[in-house]
Design a protein. Structure first.
Length: 333
């Protein structure tokens, strides 16, 4: 595990340089990608703030329907991220959840970046947290060769980094690169700088917060209903809290910091689950595992799944090891 020089304040840039210095063989490429993503995150965060200030409910404000606002911000986020990631020439392909059509950036680029540019956007109306989710892979084909699906549809275990930028009461950048733990940075808006806020996040082994949308209850299978009944019955002693925001980044963020379990099971409403393996589940599962937690789909490790398509959805549970193991046991039985 890296040791950061003990200082009162550590900027993202200092963190990146210090981390890179520990690996003499590092090319600096990954550092560049993180800088580019952070820059896009600052710009997106600012645009979201401006949008919220121009309160649509104020007649003198911004004339947009909620859907138009969502579309505009999603497009904006997508453009900013693509723009930022194109500059360095080290990215081979970018795939965004919005277009789902891979964009070839540079034939000689070494990396593939998969993005959910702005997730949870229904929450914009109430100023609840929303986020950008990213996943970085090294391409498997030769540099210089034609763009290939092989480079994109890789199992989550092949990620070399993943993370999210959360736009909420503050903008936060949380990311992990294999073996370096999960680190959280908070943006100081006045300085335009991300500062290290929590180093090497470790998710509690067991938690008492459960997060799922119970309005799908009628559509769940018996195993999920049973798990839910156990939670309500055995732990209905005031020692359990249900928390569900309905914004993936925010729900997983809380789970990372406070422990417990986040679930989005399949149901008759979403027979194969709602959340997307490539854009949402893999990057967040990687983070949760790097923080010492567990992430599975029908009791199988998410990161081992061989993706079938970019828009593949799966059922999900992730969080504290003990909570996820308990849930898996019921599903297996
Ligand atoms: O994928 C979009 C999303 O808004 C996620 O951010 C969130 O976890 C999920 O959908 C919420 O879905 P529902 O409103 O059906 O519970």
């Amino acid at each position: 595990m890296r040791k950061i020089v003990k200082k009162e304040l550590v900027t993202l840039e200092e963190f990146i340089i210090e981390t890179q210095n520990q690996f003499p063989e590092a090319t600096g490429d990954l550092s560049q990608l993180l800088r580019d993503l952070a820059l896009a995150g600052k710009i997106i965060g600012q645009e979201i703030n401006r949008t919220i200030i121009r309160d649509p409910k104020n007649p003198a404000g911004f004339k947009e329907t909620p859907q138009e606002r969502i579309d505009r911000l999603e497009n904006f986020a997508s453009k900013q991220l693509t723009f930022a990631l194109r500059r360095s020439g080290i990215v081979n392909q970018i795939v965004t959840e919005e277009s789902e059509k891979p964009l070839q950036v540079d034939k000689n680029g070494q990396y593939v970046v998969i993005l959910d540019p702005l997730d949870g956007t229904f929450n914009i109306e109430i100023n609840a947290s929303i986020g950008t989710i990213f996943s970085i892979y090294r391409r498997v084909t030769e540099r210089g060769s034609e763009p290939s699906e092989k480079d994109i549809l890789q199992p989550g275990l092949q990620q070399i980094a993943s993370g999210y930028i959360m736009y909420g009461s503050s903008v936060m950048l949380v990311f992990s690169t294999e073996g370096l733990g999960v680190n959280l940075f908070t943006l100081d808006e006045s300085l335009g700088e991300f500062f290290l806020a929590i180093e090497n996040i470790k998710i509690p082994k067991n938690g008492n917060i459960f997060s799922l949308n119970t309005s799908y209850y009628q559509g769940w299978n018996e195993a999920v209903k049973k798990y839910y009944a156990i939670l309500r019955g055995e732990q209905g002693d005031g020692n359990i809290s249900y928390r569900y925001i309905g914004s993936l980044v925010a729900d997983v963020h809380r789970t990372l910091l406070e422990g417990g379990i986040f679930l989005f099971p399949a149901s008759t409403y979403y027979p194969k689950g709602k959340l997307k393996l490539m854009y949402q589940c893999n990057p967040l599962a990687f983070l949760v595992e790097q923080a010492g937690g567990r992430a599975s789909s029908s009791a199988k490790r998410i990161l081992n799944m061989k993706p079938e398509a970019l828009d593949q959805t799966i059922s999900v549970m992730m969080g504290s090891v003990q909570n996820v193991l308990d849930a898996e046991k019921i599903i297996r039985d």
